[in-house]
Design a protein around this ligand. Sequence first.
Ligand code: COA
Length: 329
Amino acid sequence: MQRAKIISTGSYVPSKRLTNGDLERMVDTSDKWIMERTGIKERRIVAEGENTSDLAYEASKIALLRAGISADSLDLIIVATVTGDMPIPATACFLQSRLGADNAAAFDVNAACSGFLFGLSAANAYIKSGMYRRVLLVGAEALSRFTDWEDRNTCVLFGDGAGAVIVEASDGQSGVMSVDIHSDGNYWELLNMPGGGSKYPPSAPSEEAAANRLYYIKMKGNETFKIAVRTLEKLVLDALEKNGLKASDIALLVPHQANLRIISATASRLGIGMDRVMVNLDRCGNTSAASIPIALDEAASGGRIKDNDYVLLEAFGGGLTWASAVIRW
Ligand code: COA
C-alpha cells in the first residue's frame, strides 16, 4: 500500500524579535505573567513589506533543497494559513508563482491552529488515492498584522513564521499512519477575527469596525484553554489506540505551540516526559498553522527524530478545530 511520507522539512522565522520586555512597554503586562501563564519568552515579527507568502517561500525553498527536488516536480501546493497575503488569490498561488512550480495546483486551507494537520489530511488522501504523488504542504502566518496591540489578553501570545514539508508517495513502512481531523463550529465565538469577510465587508459602516476592532484576532482565552486541555487528552489517547501504540512507543510529541501548560497537561496525560516533547514556543510564541511544521523542522533538522521513529502531532484551534497525526518517520 502506498503511504504519504514526509521526505523533507524546512522552516523560516523573521529576524525581528519581540520580547516580553518589549511588551511590558506596550501594554499592562509583565515577563513574569507571560512566562507563568504561557511559557512564551519572545516571538518573531514580520518586517515591513514582508508577507505570509514570503515566509512560506523561504521555508519551502529549504524543504525543496533538502529533498533534492525541483519545484516543477510538485503536483500540488497546500498552504495552511489564516493570515494570507490577500483574500483573493490563495497564498498558495503566490507561492506557486514564486517557486516556479508550474505543474502544481495550489490552494489554501483555513483551519486556524489545526490548519497544518488539516492540510496533511488532504495531502495524505490525495496521495493514497493515487491522484497526486508529490505535495508541498506549508503552514505560514503573519499573525502580527492582525494582532490587537492594545489587547493584553491576546497580543502577548502570537508570533510569525512558516514551516514546510514535502509529502511524497512511498512504498515503504514509514509515512503517515493516521491523521484525524475534527471541527465544532458551535464554538466559533471563542476564537475569531470578524472583519474582512462577507459579514463585515469594507462597505460596512467604518464606525462599527473601528468601535469593535473587527479586524483583529479575538480570543476568550480561559474558556478555550479548558476545552483545549480536555479535548487534546482524548485526542492523543485515541490516536495511540487507533495505531495500536503505547505512549512509550512515541519517540517525540510535536504539539501545537499555544501554551506550555496545555502542552504539559497533554504530555502528562499520555505519561510522556517533557524530554520527549518538542517545545519552541518560548522562542516563537503561537504561530497558528505554522507552529507544528516549524517545531517539526527544528526537531528533524536537530536530530531529535530518527528513521522509523513514531512521532505524534496534535493541534487545537479556532473553529473550533482539533487534529492529530501519527507518523512513522
Ligand atoms: N498580562 C497580565 N495580566 C493579564 C494578561 C497579560 N498579558 N492577560 C490577561 N491578564 C489577566 C486577566 O485580565 C485576568 O485578570 P483578572 O483575574 O483580574 O480578570 C487574569 O490575567 C487571568 O486571565 P485568564 O484569561 O483567566 O488567564 P489564563 O490563565 O486563562 O491565561 C491565556 C490566559 C490566554 C494564556 C490562556 O487562557 C490560553 O493560553 N488559552 C488558550 C489558548 C489556546 O489553546 N488557544 C487555541 C489555539 S490558539
